[in-house]
Design a protein around this ligand. Structure first.
Ligand SMILES: *Cc1c(COP(=O)(O)O)cnc(C)c1O
Length: 437
């Protein structure tokens, strides 16, 4: 009856190379951990970088009302422009005036900051090229890039200098195929906030080597007393900067998926082609949710400064509390953050010889104390763990006490420590390269 087609004669449906080569490092590591909590203690997850999970931090009423109002407008139900409603783009430009002169035309609205990151990476880099990302650092860059054959190269941050960039290492990592340098400021997972001087030093490296910068500023303005946020774009004289931001963290609405990318290009180095390329790439999703876009001007204009101040003060107090508690714990060395909502804690692994790596350390801490911290490996940084500071105060206090008990239970006596070879530490350092994800 039917003619034989050119098609296959049997089923053979496979996941694409891109799908198979795309990984989320945090998810793959966490899924492989044995995290069965102690049934006698309620689990405290200090692992999830989502400030809404405990219900103690909420956006202000004005922000909620803006979205309630938005639902009534028919324009919040239709498609918008691929790069966003003009009104919403202009509102982002106005809100971002501290980044330097920006107009609505320089703004692309995105589905969350991660989408902005994807646009920035994929507009600049081709397969075979590389982008430089900080270590430790948020690993969405790896997720976005590796499946496309874009290589991730790391440059080191210096834990003893408030996580400043090792500028020499940064410059050494750059080669002819380097398409962009990623700077995350304030930092996830470190909580560091860079000074204007330090950002200038980073820009000098980028300028000398003619490499554009992707500035991940999703934590902009999220800085503790005595520190100041400086936008990378505000001080760049020549280096093109693609700034990635959004509502997610500062307005406490990660699920709303509203982010943006802002093009800063004072010397017109990127030219029309990159700009057009960004617009092309943005068209892949036909633009982000117009429900939130319609509410965006009101959200950005009517949120009272007091709301931001209260959230930051809360987190700063949490950081102080956790730092004071954990500083006294033998075998741990917390590093006081200057902003964002996390703290990195060094685990002196040589003092806990029964654990081969910090992965085992955090696993056992869940099993015994029901406290889950994210292992440093999730940020390509073994021997550390990251905690989130957005949990309610009593829970954070309880968590710190349980962490202290765990360390006291497992810290080795002095004689034992001396017996350990440096071998194991070296092994742990290699783990990031060898982990199978
Ligand atoms: C949370 C986070 C993002 C992603 O933000 P979304 O708007 O949820 O996509 C990007 N970069 C860093 C450093 C983050 O911590």
């Amino acid at each position: 009856m039917s003619r034989r087609s050119q098609g296959k004669r049997s089923w053979d449906v496979r996941a694409s190379v891109l799908a198979r080569n795309t990984h989320n490092l945090i998810r793959s590591i966490v899924e492989n951990l044995q995290v069965e909590p102690n049934p006698n203690k309620p689990l405290i997850a200090l692992s999830v970088g989502d400030p809404t999970v405990f219900g103690n931090l909420n956006p202000p009423e004005q922000v909620l009302q803006a979205v309630r109002d938005s639902i009534e407008w028919s324009s919040s139900r239709g498609y918008g422009s691929m790069v966003g409603h003009q009104e919403a783009r202009q509102a982002v430009a106005k809100y971002s005036a501290h980044q330097g002169s920006v107009t609505g035309d320089d703004v692309i609205l995105c589905s969350g900051c991660s989408h902005a990151i994807e646009l920035a990476v994929t507009v600049l880099a081709d397969s075979g090229q590389n982008i430089l990302v900080p270590r430790p650092g948020f690993m969405i860059y790896k997720t976005v890039a590796e499946g496309l054959g874009i290589e991730i190269k790391h440059y080191d941050l210096l834990p003893n200098q408030q996580w400043k960039v090792d500028l020499e290492d940064l410059e050494n990592q750059i080669d002819k195929e380097t398409a962009a340098i990623v700077v995350i400021n304030p930092s996830n997972p470190c909580g560091s906030v860079y000074t204007r001087e330090h950002l200038t030093e980073i820009l000098e490296v980028a300028s000398r080597n003619c490499v554009p910068i992707i500035a991940d500023e999703i934590y902009e303005h999220f800085v503790f007393a005595g520190h100041e946020f400086t936008a990378m774009s505000a001080i760049s004289k020549d280096v093109p900067v693609l700034t990635c931001g959004g509502l997610t963290k500062r307005f406490l609405v990660p699920g709303w998926r509203m982010g943006w990318l802002i093009i800063h290009d004072r010397q017109n180095i990127l030219g029309r082609e990159v700009r057009k390329g960004l617009f092309n790439l943005a068209s892949k999703i036909l633009g982000p949710s117009t429900l939130i876009q319609r509410a965006l001007p009101t959200i950005l204009e009517s949120t009272p400064q007091s709301f931001f101040d209260e959230v930051v003060l809360f987190i700063e107090n949490q950081a102080k509390l956790a730092f004071e508690e954990l500083q006294r714990v033998p075998g741990l060395k917390p590093i006081m953050p200057q902003g964002a909502m996390y703290m990195m804690i060094e685990i002196k692994m040589s003092q806990f010889p029964e654990f081969k790596s910090e992965l085992q350390f955090v696993e056992r801490m869940v099993a015994e104390q029901s406290v889950f911290c994210l292992p440093g490996e999730c940020f390509c940084y073994p021997n550390y763990m990251r905690i989130v500071l957005t949990v309610p105060e009593d829970i954070l206090r309880e968590a710190c006490q349980r962490i202290a008990v765990f360390c006291q239970d497992h810290i080795a006596s002095r004689e034992n420590i001396n017996k350990i070879g440096s071998n194991e530490v070296a092994l742990a350092n290699e783990a990031c390269e060898t982990i199978n994800v």
